[in-house]
Design a protein around this ligand. Structure first.
Ligand code: KIV
Length: 285
């Protein structure tokens, strides 16, 4: 069995220092965690995107710390080799420092080895408090989906010189506060490159171009399990939704035609169960 990935391994994974690009994929339950782990992924994110991908919500702001702890625990039961990151949902770290640390600890007790949270300078207090409790923190800057109301929708961020500079400043502040890696979501590739070059900790991009230290995609997006139109940055490696729908339609057809279950798919007994259990029309019974 290969050695588990730790935050120390991830912290050191800078491409500029010769490291291979980091691969992060989301998963929300035990079977998907087993698939992600078997594929040799480095980091498994139990993302609050469970909201849109599994729980049927429009956005991530409906997800609670209870929901996240439930899904982190399901993923942890797969005992993956990859680093398990628990995503802090909206309003679980915008509260007092004590409550913030308690919420982060819930995800760790559920099986996460570290947590991720969204936001820049406004979240430094939360980040320091969580790191102060010995819980490693992954940052998340740029298009932060929990800010959908404040951003007025899901829009690419850091498109002006001022916005790009404040993203760079925020990334440096998160690194100084002790984040071991930073997700950059929905930012121009040139901005992601400058931020990546300016940091000692790795960046992991999603919709941030090819120059980051790693890439993350959502399980349902890369496997084609979702029904919404994918974002521009999503590359679909399979169309599992069609495969699954065809398989289920074939089952329905076999049930309706009487083809399923067959004799081989049925249990039999040689015991004499009495007349009530004789097959209809069996004259010898
Ligand atoms: O919840 C999530 O899936 C995420 C990724 C998009 C980084 O935060």
């Amino acid at each position: 069995m290969s050695t588990p990935v730790t935050v120390v391994d991830v912290r050191a994974a800078k491409r500029s220092k010769g490291a291979a690009p980091l691969v992060m994929v989301t998963a929300y339950d035990t079977p998907s965690a087993r698939i992600v782990d078997a594929a040799g992924v480095d980091i498994l994110l139990v993302g609050d995107s469970v909201a849109n991908n599994v729980l049927g919500y429009e956005d991530t702001i409906s997800v609670t710390i209870d929901d996240m702890a439930h899904h982190v625990a399901a993923v942890a039961r797969a005992r993956p080799r990859c680093l398990v990151v628990g995503d802090m949902p909206w309003m679980s770290y915008h509260v007092s420092r004590e409550e913030t640390v308690r919420n982060a600890a819930r995800l760790v007790r559920a099986g996460a080895q570290c947590i991720k949270l969204e936001g820049g300078r406004a979240r430094l207090g939360a980040i320091e408090a969580i790191i102060g409790a010995e819980i490693p923190v992954m940052g998340h800057l740029g298009l932060t989906p929990q800010s959908v109301l404040a951003m007025g929708g899901y829009r690419v961020q850091a498109k002006s010189a001022d916005a790009a500079q404040s993203l760079l400043d925020a990334a440096k502040a998160l690194e100084a506060a002790g984040c071991f890696a930073i997700v950059l979501e929905g930012v121009p590739d040139s901005v992601a490159r400058t931020v990546t070059d300016a940091l000692d900790v790795p960046t992991i991009g999603i919709g941030a171009g090819p120059h980051t230290d790693g890439q993350v995609l959502v399980f349902h997006d890369l496997l084609g399990l979702g029904d919404a139109k994918p974002a521009k940055f999503v590359r679909r490696y399979a169309d599992l939704r069609s495969v699954a729908a065809e398989a289920i339609a074939a089952f329905a057809s076999d049930v309706r035609s009487g083809d399923y279950p067959s004799d081989e798919e049925s249990y039999h007994t040689t015991a004499d169960l009495g007349r009530a259990f004789d097959p209809p029309g069996d004259a010898t019974a």
